[in-house]
Design a protein around this ligand. Structure first.
Ligand code: EPZ
Length: 430
């Protein structure tokens, strides 16, 4: 079974280049099927969730070519079915963007219900509400989302909850609807803006992305384009936390510092140094970090995708911190793993109470979901002794070359697939 083995205790130092944003890539690659012309996307992260989506797009007949570097070419003129029901699509959350994209272009979509990390109940009612509002008949049948429309007509949609997925999905479908769609209480995350920018590059008319009111004037058709995906805010944040937890000194290249503000300001508040440049951020850890209080919120608030990694840092800070999770109801599964490593954390409802300890100690732990997996790796790198992390497939869904990038920063970490390799690693690093 694939695992990561690491020996912790060494501060990370050096430079790391951040990949394209996974959650933007999923919306953008789905959007690329909305034209029959060729679309070239750059800075596509090489992560498993993106591969699943590309496989699903190829499976319905589109041409999908991985070019050198992180470039992907898609030509959807050869799509032969609007039914997306393979093993890949069931595994990922972002597969639901195929509903918005296919419904917009073909007025018909049949897509398996989304999978993804088990972090809460994750309803999709706001996606369905949006599709229905613009004229689609939408049903769930046999584990699939079935959406059909004779015409799609723009309208006013008020989102009852701020949802990244629903905002992107409605933007996709409404781009090719007749007339104007207004999404109120829209999500403002950088990846929502990135998908809107890419659709505009294909000829859509979307204004206001990044604010809570998005206005989409439908166009009759979209055309090909070349587009480069923004850097991954959460991958960047994860390396920032790894630098802080190991008391290291790491420069992150290819980032947009503005997207990291909530993370940078919390790190500064607890005593780390964060230096921003145009497209880089340097994090210098501190031996005296202090406690703080975090509440996860939609952008520009502190991201829910960063709370597990922040918990590791706070587990090593002086005093009592709290983390309140306000987006997903089941996102503290990593706490048991950190407790196995000596952290003092208790969860009550949606609040984790963290009493800082001087040191964590290595243990055998499990990645319970993507971000939780990143958190236990950070804990292992900060801990004394050896840590093994199981279920690393979760981590590889969303982090490109995670182990390699950490090794370049001086981490003693390896991906292994047998107990024999674990023993060899231990022998090698001593
Ligand atoms: C996206 O999930 C991301 N996934 C998540 O990333 C991220 O945690 C989340 O946004 C929040 O930023 C992808 O982009 C593929 P939401 P999504 O719709 O779209 C409720 C990661 O680790 N809601 O913004 O599923 C929902 O239950 C992951 O990369 C409804 O009630 O999140 C939640 O409480 C995991 N009805 C809140 O809204 C709906 O129809 C926000 O969810 C939709 C959502």
């Amino acid at each position: 079974m694939e695992q990561y083995i690491m020996k912790g205790g060494a501060p990370l130092s050096g430079e790391v280049t951040i990949a394209g944003a996974k959650n933007a890539a999923l919306g953008i690659l789905a959007g690329a099927v909305m034209t029959n012309e060729t679309v070239i996307i750059e800075n596509v992260p090489k992560v498993q969730d993106v591969e699943y989506l590309l496989d699903a797009i190829a499976d319905i007949g589109a041409v999908v070519e991985r070019k050198e570097g992180n470039k992907v070419l898609i030509n959807a003129s050869t799509i032969r079915t609007t039914q997306v029901d393979n093993d890949y699509i069931q595994k990922l959350r972002g597969g639901y963007y195929m509903v918005g994209a296919l419904l917009g272009k073909y007025h018909h979509a049949e897509v398996d219900m989304p999978g993804g990390c088990n972090i809460g109940s994750r309803p999709i009612d706001q996606h369905l509400k949006g599709f229905r509002a613009i004229g689609a008949d939408v049903r769930i049948k046999g584990g699939m989302i079935l959406a059909h429309a004779s015409r799609l007509v723009g309208t006013h949609i008020y989102m009852d909850v701020v949802s990244v997925g629903a905002t992107i999905n409605i933007m996709l479908a409404a781009s090719l609807a007749e007339g104007k769609t207004i999404i109120e209480n829209a999500a403002k995350e950088p990846h929502v803006v990135d998908v809107a920018n890419m659709l505009n590059c294909m000829g859509a008319n979307i204004k206001g992305a990044g604010t809570d009111v998005i206005r989409i004037k439908g166009v009759p058709e979209l055309h090909g384009c070349e587009y480069s995906i923004i850097p991954d805010q959460i991958e960047a944040g994860t390396f920032m936390m790894a630098a802080a937890a190991t008391r290291g000194d790491v420069v992150l290249k290819n980032v947009i510092p503005k997207h990291l503000e909530s993370i940078s300001s919390k790190l500064r508040e607890i005593g780390c140094e964060v230096v921003e440049e145009d497209d880089a951020v340097r994090v210098i850890g501190s031996n005296h970090m202090s406690a703080t209080h975090i509440k996860t919120l939609p952008y520009p608030g502190f991201p829910t995708d960063m709370q597990s990694q922040m918990a590791v840092v706070l587990a090593l800070a002086d005093g009592r911190s709290t983390i309140t999770e306000s987006i997903f109801e089941n996102r503290f599964q990593y706490v048991d793993e950190l407790v196995r490593m000596g952290a003092d954390i208790k969860v009550e409802g949606n609040v984790a109470m963290i009493e800082g300890v001087n040191m964590l100690s290595g243990a055998r732990v499990v990645a319970t979901d993507l971000r939780a997996g990143a958190a236990v790796v950070i804990a292992g790198l900060a801990a004394e002794g050896f840590t093994t992390v199981e279920e690393v497939a979760y981590i590889e869904r969303g982090y490109e070359s995670f182990v390699e990038k950490l090794r370049e920063l001086g981490a003693e970490i390896e991906r292994v697939s047998s107990e024999d390799e674990v023993q060899k690693f231990k022998y090698k690093v001593g």
